[in-house]
Design a binder for this molecule. Sequence first.
Ligand SMILES: Cc1cc2nc3c(=O)[nH]c(=O)nc-3n(C[C@H](O)[C@H](O)[C@H](O)COP(=O)(O)O)c2cc1C
Length: 270
Amino acid sequence: MARGFLPSLLRLLRGKPHLPPSLADNPLLLALVRRRSVRSFRIREIPDDIWSAILEAGRLAPSTVNLQSWSFVLFTSATWQERFERPIPFHAPRGLILLGDTHRNRQVLEAFPIAPLVEYTIAVMNASLAAMAMNIAAEALGVSSVMLSETGRSGLLDAGYLKMKLALPPSVYPLMTILFGYSAAPSPPMPPKLPLEAIAFPGIYRETERAVMEDWLAQMKAGYKASHLFRTSFEDQLAVYRSKIHQAEHDLEEMVFGEQAACRLQEPGE
Ligand SMILES: Cc1cc2nc3c(=O)[nH]c(=O)nc-3n(C[C@H](O)[C@H](O)[C@H](O)COP(=O)(O)O)c2cc1C
């Protein structure tokens, strides 16, 4: 398969969701497959009822033993500017910082004693489900969104900074920012999604062929080049992530294991 810029870009642009024709009009499926990460918003407020419905979708999301181990710190563009002393990314009218939160329920129970990694993973899983529920609710109501872990210094890679800025107690972990608003441009093309056979296997794990991954990477690079008008490459973007990863790893380690390190040294029942 040719992997040059143009053939890869053409394959990328030809990528389409595959919905069975019998279900192609289902409104929920359409919201799911039409959702794209949007990085440019119109100057237009989100009405209060729509914003409330988006948050309600997050509040009602499923979670491990119904622990609801998440928090949402809410912002308008003005309160974002006030808190972080810089504009909200992409001119979004609304945003939230999603936190994994196992602090709140500690008031009434010790759900996962001395298991910081399990507890952290559970908080991340649950909060991520709430995130997706909010994104899909938004999409269904005509509101676009994007999740951010790096852009805007307000995601996982800036965990230490956010802990300080948002006055986070122990066992509360910054995960991502989600921005919401009305898209300023037509929906961006679907980025290259792996074929179903590469990610879903009957009964037992199966390695993905290298050619499939090489094709995906070539499409990623071509899409990046085209959408950033040749100014920044996919590799440049990865380098931004890598430049922040050591600090983030250190900050997270402290947040996840820090306050429980002493407990971890003791076996349960000691
Ligand atoms: C947890 C998470 C963090 C992300 N962080 C960023 C980010 O920092 N900056 C950005 O431009 N996009 C970010 N994205 C958006 C992804 O780039 C996007 O989801 C991916 O390219 C697939 O595109 P799609 O959402 O349109 O399907 C993030 C997405 C997720 C789920």
